[in-house]
Design a protein around this ligand. Structure first.
Ligand code: CA
Length: 494
């Protein structure tokens, strides 16, 4: 397939853009905690209220995946998987307390060797100093929504403004000043829409007058699940705290920013506190406050994706640049009563993946069958660059899938492993899915539980069917598959 592609692309070769045609540019747009439920191309109840036309444009001109699953639904670990193409236990970054070993093999290092200029701008969140990049400009830790400090090739530089805009400004600046003779691999990675959800001043009033529809499972007692879910500390009703509800603020604002930001929230906060809401009324207010701020943060991301796509158009780069949009994991937008991520349940297990590659990916294509993963991204970058994919990567190149010719031996199942125990009350767990049925194991002695779901009959995962005789065959098969995958991926087991 690669030789066919090379022939096709060589027909479009233009002098003066050295090797670019068999080494297209790669623009990797990566967000933090961006749920598919908050991307209108995925449909759903928020699509009309909070459209994302610019992100949707990538899918309209390319392909959208409905079964892109992460290997470990938490920020730093997902980023380490993207860089290395290896599961957490092999790349050494199991949970957010770890420090990424930057001396190991990564996709950016291999791309650099293959002749690419490599850059990362925005969220990094792996503690160690980035390696493998010709240019890095990254937030310190989580970063803040206003006036970010960016570690810029080893030096701290302070910026004034809204972080989502600034990350794009800095991305554009790098693009303007890059070496046009070389292909680029550019990771532009937002903090947004990670909590604590501080919107841009221009979006504070947006959605103010409407009620965002509540998900049907906003109130959920988890009666059909093992007791693992009941131990959560990520409830919209009980665990948001004043900072997530914007009753207090996290960023260090300039006096002008503060006047506008506080000018919006203070009267609304005072009215809320005076009303002394309780029970369901209070939970509903929490939900509205949360979802609106989250969607406002997404709106800034969408606008900034639009700026980057417009730049590619203006500079004649769109045809020879692969654009990938994804997030480090999905997120709960009130489903099951939750915010946050971590669980293997669909909302946080699934992550967005939208890709555009003119001439290679057919426009307006939806892939809702193939199981793909952030584990595949590193192999995919290398394949796009027409360079060798080392044998020790555990994912596979998505390029054939993008072309609509999924190999017959493509994975039919996917392995998941969350290592942290206790963050937001979520216990260590692992499991396997075949895209329809999902088996989850909670091995810790205080739980010692299994869950099994048939997503076709029960898409919200309300009723575990573990040990249900009607599911005996599925259960046995998935258990066998779980063991096989643990063996294949060399996972240390309980
Ligand atoms: Ca995240």
């Amino acid at each position: 397939m690669r030789s066919l592609l090379a022939i096709t692309l060589s027909l479009h070769f233009l002098p003066g853009i050295a090797s670019a045609n068999n080494q297209p540019n790669i623009l990797f747009l990566f967000c933090d905690d961006h749920a598919t439920q908050a991307i209108s191309a995925y449909g759903g109840p928020l699509a009309e209220i909070a459209p994302t036309p610019n992100i949707d444009r990538i899918a309209k001109e390319g392909m959208l995946f409905r079964k892109c699953y992460v290997t470990n639904s938490i920020c730093g670990p997902s980023r380490a998987v993207v860089l290395t193409g290896k599961y957490s236990h092999l790349n050494g970054f199991r949970n957010n307390g770890d420090t990424f070993d930057g001396s190991q093999q990564t996709a950016p290092k291999l791309l650099r060797k293959a002749g690419y200029q490599t850059a990362i701008v925005g969220k990094w969140h792996l503690k160690s100093v980035p390696t493998g990049f010709d240019h890095f400009e990254v937030l310190k830790g989580q970063g803040q929504y206003y006036n970010p400090r960016l570690l810029t090739n080893g030096k701290i530089v302070n910026h004034e403004g809204y972080t989502t805009d600034i990350i794009t400004d800095r991305t554009l600046e790098w693009l303007e000043n890059r070496d046009p003779e070389k292909p680029f691999f550019l990771m532009s990675q937002h903090k947004a829409p990670h909590g604590r959800w501080e919107p841009a001043i221009r979006h504070l009033e947006w959605l103010d007058e409407i009620d965002v529809p509540e998900p049907p499972t906003l109130v959920h007692d988890y009666a059909g699940r093992s007791k693992a879910s009941t131990q959560h500390k990520m409830g919209i009703a009980d665990h948001m705290g004043p900072h997530r509800l914007m009753l207090t603020y996290s960023s260090k604002f300039t006096p002008e920013q503060f006047a506008k930001f506080d000018g919006h929230y203070r009267p609304r906060n005072e009215a809320f506190l005076a009303a002394n809401l309780e029970g369901k009324d209070r939970a509903r207010w929490h939900y509205q406050r949360y979802i609106k701020n989250y969607l406002r943060c997404v709106k800034a991301v969408d606008e900034n994706v639009g700026r980057l796509l417009a730049y590619l158009d203006e500079k004649g780069l769109a045809g020879n640049t692969v654009v990938i949009y994804s997030s480090d994991q999905g997120f709960y937008l009130g489903e099951h009563g939750w915010f946050d991520k971590r669980w293997m349940y669909e909302e946080s297990f699934r992550t967005p993946l939208l890709v555009r590659w003119p001439g290679t990916i057919d426009p307006d294509t939806v892939n809702d069958t193939d199981i793909v993963s952030n584990l595949d991204f590193a192999s995919t970058f290398l394949d796009i660059a027409n360079t060798e994919i080392p044998d020790d990567l555990q994912g596979r190149s998505l390029v054939p899938v993008w072309k609509g010719i999924t190999p017959s031996n493509w994975r039919k199942t996917h392995y998941y492993h969350y290592y942290e125990s206790g963050g937001h009350g979520v216990p260590l767990h692992f499991g396997v899915t075949d895209g329809r049925n999902k088996l989850i194991r909670f091995p810790e002695p205080h739980l010692d539980a299994w869950e099994l779901y048939d997503l076709e009959a029960d898409p919200q995962e309300m009723e575990s069917r573990y040990d249900d005789p009607g599911m005996a065959e599925v259960q046995a098969k998935l258990k066998e598959e779980l063991a096989r995958l643990q063996d294949t991926f060399a996972v240390p087991t309980e």
